[in-house]
Design a protein around this ligand. Structure first.
Ligand code: 5GP
Length: 182
């Protein structure tokens, strides 16, 4: 299992898309969330978008490997069914998680390879503002959290600085290919 983590705006999603093209054995586990859908996002593609009540019921039923409450009270979690789906198809599972969830997975699955995607705070702020998918208040909250998350970087197996997408995607691909070959 490959876990890609790091602060919001570091470019985890972009780098994972590049990674999937370069390493076909990989498949992304689609997380569940209670946040609302952004323009262009689809239920069952970017996320399983759940109502609060359903999310809570599925937590109680033990359906999540890990779950967190993120900024603005939105909940996110990794469904065990996603991991089972990918394993059944013979794929290698990729999780994209904030840092708390990533540390939780590492504890439960010690063989998981964890990769922290890093970027300087001004760059994170610029990307979140350019993306313009959150309100100014929520961007501020995400940046405050990013400062704490950057301090956690050393707890992960690898750190990749996303200074330039092509270069960072190449570095990430190398790490993942070496991990898969064991
Ligand atoms: P966004 O709202 O920007 O899609 O995601 C916010 C944060 O939640 C990102 O850092 C993303 O990596 C993280 N995230 C997405 N899915 C999960 C999940 O299933 N569990 C955890 N712990 N974090 C997640």
């Amino acid at each position: 299992m490959i876990v890609v983590t790091g602060p919001s705006g570091a470019g985890k999603g972009t780098l994972i898309r590049q990674l999937l093209v370069r390493v076909p054995a990989l498949a992304v586990a689609i997380s569940a969330t209670t946040r609302s859908r952004r323009v262009g996002e689809e239920h069952g593609r970017e996320y399983w978008f759940l109502e609060e009540v359903e999310f809570a019921q599925r937590v109680a039923a033990g359906e999540f490997l890990e779950h967190v409450t993120y900024v603005s009270g939105h909940r996110y979690g990794t469904l065990r069914s996603e991991i089972a789906r990918i394993a059944a198809a013979g794929g290698v599972c990729v999780l994209e998680l904030e840092t708390e969830g990533a540390l939780n997975v590492k504890e439960q699955i010690p063989g998981a390879v964890t990769i922290f995607i890093s970027a300087p705070i001004p760059e994170l702020e610029r990307r979140l503002r350019d993306r313009a998918t959150e309100s100014a208040g929520e961007i501020g909250e995400r940046i405050d959290l990013a400062r704490l998350q950057l301090d956690q970087a050393a707890q992960f197996d690898h750190i990749v600085l996303n200074d330039e997408v092509e270069r960072a995607a190449g570095e990430l691909t190398g790490i993942v290919q070496r991990a898969i070959r064991g």
